[in-house]
Ligand binder design. Sequence first.
Ligand code: NDP
Length: 333
Amino acid sequence: TRQWRLASRPTGEPTEENFELVTVDRPEPGPGEVLVRTLYLSVDPYMRGRMRDAESYAEPWGLDEPMQAGVVGEVVESNHDGFEPGDVATGNLLWADHAVAHGEELRQVDPDLAPVSTALGVLGMPGITAYFGMTDVADPDPGDTVVVSGAAGAVGSVAGQVASMAGARVVGVAGSDEKCDWLTEDLGFDAAVNYKTTDDLEAAFAETCPDGVDRYFDNVGGPVTDAVWGQLNRDARVAVCGQISQYNATEQPTGPRKLAQLIQTRATVRGFLVGDYQDRWGHALERLGGFIQAGDLRYEESVVEGLENAPDAFLGLFEGENIGKQLVQVGER
Ligand code: NDP
């Protein structure tokens, strides 16, 4: 069986050289453990932090050690009462064809409810992040203007639609016209800004948010965020979900450049982690599942085929190659 290992730690942009594909014996499940054959594995921006040798909320990956990932897979062997061969399960496993985990660390996926891949996207960690980040942290009122950056990604696309359902006017920020069209034509965003082709971002937000910005759900940081902060309204709230524009930075950026804006607006800026909501994940999944069934929540997945292409899929996140959730398909049911 094959697994990816971290071969070296990147400086700046990671490259293929940082990863090594090795062939190892298929692992044997111990007492209470389950052997899972990977169907889909998730590549996520936060993994960039795990390539670094620094303390963070996610532990660094060890050099020459297998790398973890959210996986949906088929149970091959089980020494745990909760699972039997043929079940579909999800959990934190490996960038690999097979992996073992304790049954307590896995969750059953019902293949009749939705395509199993959604357990890594809209009905998984990114969807839950969007749900709590929008309903609990940003928490818009009807009629508010909400800006979402990284809006065509896994988290942002769900966050924007959750804001729409709360009665907000939603403006998305994304890196291509195709993505912007998807947001406004398919997902019901009220407007979208292509930050890569817009010279004057401040002017673009002034135009698309004529009543100012009441809530900002930030996935990216950097120049996009500077420009949105310039339009914040009195008592605005900023939910800091991610800062992907900074993840490959080799120098500490000069810190938020628009702090004076907070005095003027009495705005609140709050970061959050999806893990803080662990005991309410079930609630979020029920709500998100209900929205999909009602036709109020749409989602997209970008699927790269083959475990051998997993690093490519990961690196593509920093180039904006994905629309919606980026997955790697490793096996079939
Ligand atoms: P996405 O699906 O949004 O993929 C990343 C996207 O980021 C790309 O498609 C690209 O889209 C955009 N991007 C890449 N580089 C830049 C840049 N320099 N400036 C602006 N945009 C850029 O990933 P996720 O939805 O999984 O994650 C989104 C954010 O949420 C990340 O920052 C992630 O770290 C964070 N996150 C936080 C969690 C938490 O608990 N706080 C949990 C999960 C995710 P484009 O074409 O638009 O540039």
